[in-house]
Design a protein around this ligand. Structure first.
Ligand SMILES: [Zn+2]
Length: 62
């Protein structure tokens, strides 16, 4: 079975960061060296929790 598409899809990678304390999440462009569960730093929303990378995914550019 041949699976063909009209044109090649280009994926734009995004990184979602989330605070372990207040669960504030932020989406930003993927940066080199990002990986899931990577510690980003202190949360600027609650000044209490640690912000880590929740997930990395690609969005199709239309
Ligand atoms: Zn927080």
């Amino acid at each position: 079975m041949i699976f063909s598409r009209k044109k090649q899809e280009i994926l734009d990678p995004y990184t979602v960061e989330q605070c372990t304390s207040c669960n504030a999440s932020k989406k930003r462009k993927f940066a080199e060296g990002d990986y899931v569960f990577k510690a980003i730093g202190n949360c600027t929303s609650c000044n209490n929790g640690q912000v880590t990378v929740l997930k990395i995914y690609g969005e199709t550019i239309k």
